[in-house]
Design a protein around this ligand. Structure first.
Ligand code: NAP
Length: 519
């Protein structure tokens, strides 16, 4: 049995003891074990800050972007292996593994390209200088400088590839060393990618570290000038926020958490828009078995469309074979493990107590499995007729192939109900009335990190409700964690400090030169 070693202080280190198993969710086979027991995180963090940080910051942004390009080449060369690991450890079909693996490669490539065009060497200007005295003899210029601490990533199980690289791309481009702690259940893929990149000897020693499992002092060993980017459940985020390094010492903390995302069909009774919504809902329910933080959980339709949409979604879901991703014809694979399966089944039971079941894949889907005790759960579509006082539908995230259809009376009602998610990652809106789409965007933007507007013009070109594109902000207010990631070069802000520099125009001009700017 392979025990996945941890890469810290520029060397592979095995944790002590037997470790926790990493399992195949279909066969139950133990694929590897992880242990972080006995590791010295204080030494590991010191090494990253003192060795890797200065070595990275010696390079310009464009030089670091070239390192990202080299990483892309390594990941591309090993792509087939990553698909195989995803199949075995995440139970995902090829298309779903692609969202994670190819999504990671695409995001890294995006930052490699964007970074290659950066002219700055050591710091970035923020806006123009502002006069503070008469005749501009004294002025203020805001600048961003890379942090000199490290970036700790604590990641969720559902994106072992993309989850690492969407964060590491911006951190490494900024000149900040990275420590990744993947979720234990899917640590294997993250580990393999880090190993391939370490073996390729691309980055300065200590720039990319991995710790699998739960080491002592993961957070204790941080200091106030490090940063943490967390992805996972709101409960875990809340407990991490309470840690003294974050609560007391001011470690910058970004959280991407639960979200009750929505799809909204416009009030125009347009068959094209309805078709677009139905297609997207089915996709979101089934991709990665609904284990996406951005997945559609609530579907809002005009009351007059409720029955027709329920029927259309059910008809499409019926055609999807669910089961072992190794089997030909299976389009929807497994959840990540049996404990997630049990949590999803419990969520389904709770929703069933206060909602109608419109489609139940457990009895209506074709299921192709040899073994009964797997983590496969077919899709379930609920419906509620009392959305204003429903006890669960706006609050409970069932992190699997589960969504609820909800009728609305008028536009205002639809927007009010959508906002009841109290902060979400994304809402998608389907209509062929541009005025309505624009109104929806302006209204929903306050409670959503992203608003995805779909009409016939973009039917073929749009990137999907649930796909997180590096060009666009990823994150959401309130319940979604209040974090921000990606959004092009905006992502670099998290790994920089903002300072107001006050001085004479001549001195500020020197700073501007340092940033590669003319003035
Ligand atoms: P989770 O249980 O909160 O775990 C997330 C990470 O936190 C894992 O690496 C976990 O490690 C670690 N962790 C948990 N307790 C910890 C502690 N006390 N100290 C240090 N680390 C700790 O979440 P999950 O089950 O992996 O992921 C599912 C959830 O993530 C869903 O709610 C989903 O909505 C959310 N999610 C959000 C986004 C987003 O971008 N907003 C993306 C993906 C997922 P172990 O694995 O070792 O326990």
């Amino acid at each position: 049995m392979t025990k996945l070693a941890n890469y810290l202080e520029g060397r592979w280190q095995e944790g002590s003891g037997n470790g926790s198993p990493v399992l195949d969710p279909i066969t139950g086979e133990t694929l590897a074990t992880v242990s972080a027991d006995g590791l010295d995180m204080h030494a590991a963090y010191d090494y990253a800050r003192q060795q890797a940080g200065p070595a990275l910051r010696k390079l310009s942004y464009a030089e670091r972007a070239a390192l990202l390009s080299d990483i892309v080449k390594v990941l591309q060369a090993n792509r087939d292996k990553y698909f195989d690991i995803s199949l075995r450890n995440s139970g995902t079909v090829q298309n779903d593994s692609s969202v994670d693996v190819d999504g990671a490669i695409y995001t890294l490539s995006f930052y490699a390209k964007a970074g290659s065009k950066m002219v700055e060497k050591a710091l970035r200007l923020d806006g123009e200088s502002a006069p503070l005295a008469k005749d501009n003899v004294f002025a203020s210029q805001h600048i961003y400088v890379p942090i000199q601490g490290l970036a700790l990533f604590i990641n969720a199980f559902n994106f072992p590839a993309w989850g690492l690289w969407e964060k590491a791309a911006a951190a490494l481009l900024s000149g900040v060393p990275v420590v990744i702690k993947p979720a234990t259940s899917t640590a294997w893929l993250t580990h393999e990618m880090v190993k391939d990149v370490v073996d390729a000897n691309i980055l300065p020693a200590g720039a990319l570290n991995i710790v699998c499992g739960r080491p002592d002092a993961l957070l204790d060993a941080l200091n106030g000038l490090d940063v943490v980017s967390f992805t996972g459940s709101a409960d875990t985020a809340a407990s991490l926020r309470d840690h003294p390094r974050i609560k007391h010492d001011g470690v910058r903390f970004n959280a991407e958490t639960d979200s009750i995302n929505s799809a909204v069909l416009g009030p125009d009774t347009d068959d094209d828009a309805t078709g677009l919504l139905v297609r997207e809902v089915v996709r979101e329910l089934t991709i990665k078995s609904g284990q996406k933080c951005t997945a559609i959980r609530r579907i809002f339709v005009p009351e007059s469309k409720y029955d027709a949409v329920a029927q259309a979604i059910s008809n499409k879901l019926k055609t999807i074979t669910v089961g072992d991703p190794r089997k030909e014809g299976v389009r929807m694979g497994s959840l990540v493990n049996l404990s997630q399966r049990d949590a999803i089944l419990e969520g389904i039971e709770k929703l069933a107590e206060c909602s109608d079941i419109l489609f139940d894949g457990r009895t209506e889907s074709t299921i192709d499995l040899d073994n009964e005790n797997t983590a496969v759960v077919p899709p379930v579509l609920f419906g509620v007729r009392n959305p204003d006082d429903h006890p669960l539908v706006h609050e409970m995230e069932v992190f699997g192939p589960v969504a609820t259809l909800i009728p609305y009376r008028n536009t205002e009602h639809a927007f009010t109900l959508t906002r009841r998610g109290m902060g979400s990652l994304v809402a998608s809106v389907y209509s062929n009335q541009p005025d309505f789409l624009a109104q929806a965007a302006a209204t929903l933007a306050e409670s959503h990190g992203r608003v995805h507007l779909i009409n016939n013009d973009v039917a073929k070109a749009h990137t999907g409700h649930g796909n997180v594109m590096p060009q666009s902000n990823h994150g959401g207010p309130g319940r979604a964690g209040g974090g921000e990631e990606l959004g092009g070069l905006r992502a670099l802000r998290f790994y920089h400090r903002l300072a107001a520099i006050q001085g004479s125009p001549e001195v500020l001009g020197k700073l501007a030169q340092e940033a590669g700017s003319e003035s």
